[in-house]
Every structure is written in C-alpha cells, then in structure tokens.
Design a protein around this ligand. Structure first.
Ligand code: SF4
Length: 461
C-alpha cells in the first residue's frame, strides 16, 4: 500500500463527484482511504468558490491542518479556489504542498508522487481542455462508493454563459463535452457493478450536444443521450443536473413522456422572477419564457416535481423585483428551492462591473421572506403526497431517525421508512407514504412493486 488518503470536500455536486474520481484514482495508485485527516498521508482539501462563507471555512481549516502537519504528510488544495487563487494560496501557506484546478484531476496520482518526492511547492496547471480529463479508470475494487446503487456520470464540464454572479467559466473553463459512446460505456460498467440510478452531470448539462463550434465527435442531442443511457440493462432511474432553461428543447420536454426511466423531478435554476434582474444577471431568458417552459413540461408530465435555485438581493434588485420573485415561486409551484443572498465573488462579471451588494440587513430580510414562503409550499407539496405508492432507493440508515432507513423516491424527496426485513443500500423498495414534513416523507414498505409505478398527478401548490 502506498499510503492513506483523506479528502475533505466543499461545494456542489460536481465537486462531490470530482472527489469520488480523486478517491478512485488514488485507489488505483495503491492508496487506501483513511477515516480522517489525522490518519492520512495525503490530505486533499477540495474547495468551492461560489460562496464567500465556504472560502473562509477553507482558509481556517487549511491553516489548522497545516499547523498540525506531521512529517511525511502531504497536503494539497483542489477545486475552484485552487484554480483561481493557486499562487496566492501557496504564498499564504508555505507548508502547503500542491494546488490544482478541476481540469487536472486526472493527473492527481502523478502530482501526489511528485509532491511526496520533492521538497518544494507545486502548482499544477496543465490547462487541459481536451478529452483527456474524461479518461478515468473504472471503479477500483478497493474504492467504496459513498452512494451504493447510485452514481454520477460526467457528460460535460465548464460553461460558456457567463452569468454575472458566477465564477465557473473562469475556474472550470469553457464548455467541453464527452463522446456519447464513452458515457454509455461508463454507465454499462456501473450497471454491471450494481448501480441502478445514474445522474448525468455537467455545469450546464443540457448544453450537451447543442450545435456549436468545438462539438466533439460522438456528441449527440442531450435527449438522445438520456434515451441511450436509459436503455442500458439494469438502469432503472436517470436524472441530470444542472440544466439551464435556455437549453431545454422540445426533444428534452418530450423525454419526460417517452422515457419511463427519466425521473419525474427537474431542478431548473431560475435565480430571479424579475425580467430586469434576469437581464442584469445575463440569464438569457425572461420570466414568461421560464413559466411557459414549466407549462410545457407539466403538460407532458403532470406529476413533475420542480425545484430551483434563487438568488436574493442581487445588486440591482428593487423591492418590486423581489416581489416578482415571490410571485414566480408561487406561480411555478416549486416543491423546494436552494436560495442564497447574493455573494460578491472575485472575478465575476458583476464584481468586475463594480456592482455593489445591497445592505446585508435588507438581503437577510428578503431571504427570510422567500424561505418562509418556500417552507409553506414545500409542506403543502409533501402533504399532497400522503397515500401515494412509490419506489424508494435505499441509501442506508437515517442519520437523524434511529431505527429508520433513508432513501429517495423518483421525485428526489428524502423518504424515511421502518422496515421489518433488512434492506441493503442500493435496493429499491416499494412503499406507501404515510406522513410528511417539509424535509422528508415517512413511508411503510408494501409487498407489491408493480403497484408502485408512476404517482398520480400532483396538485400544483
Ligand atoms: S450557467 Fe451561469 S450560473 Fe451556471 S455555471 Fe454557467 S455562468 Fe455559472
């Protein structure tokens, strides 16, 4: 064994999945996972630069970790902050061994070997925007998936859209897609190892396959990719995240009616309900266009659960603009949302244009009003599902409710259940929903899986 590794990850699902790729690569290089940083020879802090809070947390954790750094241990920083702030990080933390951005994950074993051999700091910046970043080995037998039965599959990376508040095009680079044959092969291998649910992953995942310069050979329309992935024997559920509304085309809408494996949940970021703010954010669609799209999706899939991302107190948001966001939340009937106060991030178009954040007190007040409204809607949505039969993919023991198991229904809601027979993580269990809270549903197992198919159309909340 080459040694032990520990990865501490912050941020989005792309980051969670990148951490899985790093763990698998290190297993192939002869390393094994350590339970914590203290027991590891290689420690990676995997960063996110989307929110200021996460970046501050990184600095304090990294400082403490380096202070207690044992002889022979190497510490690296990965992810978006490493890409953007690499040189500054190395200057600020002289005991830090190496930094590397999201495009360079494939080179991790070589970086670790170099860092362990040399006595100097290393900044790895291969500026790799080719297919090489997708050429990763299959799951190593020693690699333990944190999500048995489920897996993420990267289909594209980067973004060409430059929303005013977002740093992703600078940290993850421009849009690069992966050949469809390679994606389907990965899904086939995952299905062979017991995976029943795949989530196709990309910054603007449904930009995959759109006509554009730089399209790779073997790229196909996104709806067609979903179909091919769904056809892989053993795959029972297909999801994708995160789509951009402007790339939801008619074929993708139709997939919700035509591909039974495509889960009836769509997380479709909208960010604001005001046309003026949407334009200032450079979101490239209007409120009416978004709502029209929601209408078309619900026409083909009445039980679709819709969730979203929202930013409050964008620098140009007026009281009237904010009211329009509240109205949109009601009109679209979001079952849930991730909402944040605008956070000024270095290198974003908004920061470079000198857009000053609004008063923090006002921003907090707006966030609380929005989240209060969402809580009511989420509870109404959850209560409307009581009595429904559904299939739960078991994730393991519930961390909050001793004696219960936790899983997810096709609508991507957390379902807790008590089961008399033992159920393994990754198993699909038919249930009836008995009660609901805003955060989870409580269900009991039922015997007959055939009755637990598509839910009845859900009422709009
Ligand atoms: S679509 Fe906008 S928010 Fe999403 S990654 Fe691209 S620039 Fe960032």
């Amino acid at each position: 064994m080459a040694g032990r590794f520990h990865i501490r990850t912050f941020g989005c699902q792309m980051n969670q999945h990148d951490a899985e790729k790093m763990a698998n690569l290190l297993c192939h290089a002869g390393y094994r996972e350590a339970p914590d940083a203290a027991a590891a020879d290689v420690v990676l802090i995997h960063t996110c630069s989307v929110r200021e809070k996460a970046e501050h947390k990184l600095y304090s954790e990294l400082g403490a970790l380096l202070e207690a750094k044992a002889a022979g241990r190497v510490v690296g920083v990965a992810g978006c902050v490493a890409q953007q702030e690499g040189d500054r990080l190395l200057r600020r933390f002289p005991r830090l061994d190496f930094v590397f951005g999201p495009q360079n994950i494939v080179h991790l074993p070589a970086m670790v070997a170099a860092a362990r051999e040399r006595e100097r700091q290393l900044r790895v910046d291969y500026d790799d925007d080719t297919q090489a970043r997708f050429e990763l080995p299959e799951r190593h037998p020693e690699y333990t998936s944190p999500t048995p039965g489920r897996a993420f599959v990267t289909v594209m990376e980067g973004c060409d859209l430059f929303c005013a508040y977002c740093v992703v095009p600078r940290t993850r680079g421009r849009e690069v897609s992966r050949a469809s044959g390679q994606i389907v092969e990965e899904v086939r291998a995952l299905a062979g190892s017991g995976v029943v649910e795949v989530t196709l992953l990309g910054q603007t995942v449904n930009a995959y396959g759109r006509p554009r310069p730089g399209r790779v050979e073997g790229e196909i329309p996104f709806a067609e990719l979903i179909r091919r992935v769904a056809e892989v024997p053993g795959i029972e559920r297909v999801r994708f995240t995160s789509p951009h509304p402007i790339f939801v085309d008619e074929a993708l809408v139709r997939s919700y009616a035509e591909v039974p494996e495509l889960c009836p949940h769509l997380h479709l970021p909208v960010q604001s309900g005001s046309d003026r703010v949407l334009a200032d954010m450079n979101r490239r669609h209007t409120r009416a266009e978004y709502l029209e799209l929601v209408g078309r999706l619900r026409a083909v899939r009445p039980d679709l659960t819709l969730t979203t991302d929202l930013i409050v107190a964008f620098p140009t948001e007026s009281a009237g603009d904010f009211e329009q966001t509240l109205e949109l939340v009601r009109e679209a009937g979001f079952a849930d949302s991730f909402s944040f106060k605008y956070s000024e991030r270095p290198g974003t178009p908004a920061q470079r244009r000198g857009m000053a954040p609004l008063d923090p007190g006002l921003a907090q007040e707006r966030l609380e009003r929005l989240q209060g409204l969402q809580r009511e809607q989420t509870l109404a949505y959850a209560r409307a599902r009581i009595g429904e039969r559904t299939l739960v993919l078991i994730e393991g023991a519930s961390p909050r409710h001793p004696g219960q198991l936790r899983g997810r229904c096709p609508h991507n809601r957390v379902v807790n259940l008590r089961s008399a027979r033992p159920l393994a993580a990754g198993e699909l269990c038919p249930v009836t929903i008995e009660s609901a809270t805003p955060h989870s549903l409580l269900a009991v197992p039922v015997a007959d899986r055939t009755a637990a198919g598509r839910g009845a159309p859900l009422p709009l909340v």
